[in-house]
Design a protein around this ligand. Structure first.
Ligand code: ZN
Length: 195
């Protein structure tokens, strides 16, 4: 099922996600709906907050992008395509390395994009949907996408990471989006949390 994507201005985007204690049928269904929603929106990542659930669950799929990614699972070099789409439960970044600035957008900020400084390599520990642990090291687009989505799970947004110079010309548009979202919430037009 395609879910409505929460936009900036909805307070759920600022909530830290609760740990997922049990991978229930409801969690598996939500992950499946999130994948469907992400694909339909042509996104490469989607966090549970973006569909109104403040829990530690995110989905990613970087296939089809012209920007390359490199991946190690444990210590083994692994083709990125072979693990996509990724569904990560309770993920955390255990180590950051290097710095790189690159363009980002966000499905919760339609039409808004800008340069965001990030680590160039991240080590991530997570649980997979079958309950098995996953330790990976990512570089390139996947590293950027993981940092963006794991930030969402902690209530942090890509605009928080922009430098003041990058953010300044976007501020008016961001404020307008926030206002529009608040008006819609007041009207009760978008209630993705009531699901
Ligand atoms: Zn986002």
């Amino acid at each position: 099922m395609i879910l409505p994507i929460v936009r900036y201005g909805n307070p759920v985007l600022r909530q830290k996600g609760a740990e997922v204690r049990d991978i229930t049928d409801a969690i598996r269904q939500l992950a499946s709906d999130m994948l469907e929603t992400m694909r339909e929106a042509h996104g490469i990542g989607l966090a549970a907050q973006q569909v109104g659930h403040a829990i530690q669950l995110t989905v990613l799929d970087v296939r089809g992008s012209e920007h390359p990614s490199q991946l190690l699972i444990g210590a083994r070099e692994t083709p990125v395509e072979s693990v996509m789409p990724m569904i990560l439960v309770n993920p955390s970044i255990t180590r950051h390395e290097g710095h790189v600035t690159g363009g980002e957008g966000c499905l919760s900020f339609p039409g808004i994009s800008g340069e965001v400084p990030r680590a160039s390599t991240v080590h991530v520990r997570a649980t997979q949907l079958d309950g098995s642990p996953l330790n990976l090291t990512a570089t390139g687009l996947l590293a950027r996408c993981l940092q963006h989505e794991l930030d969402h799970l902690n209530g942090v947004l890509f605009t928080d990471r922009m430098t003041p110079e990058i953010l300044a010309p976007l501020e008016e548009e961001i404020r307008a989006l926030e206002k529009e979202t608040r008006v819609q919430l007041k009207k009760g037009g978008r209630k993705p949390r009531s699901r």
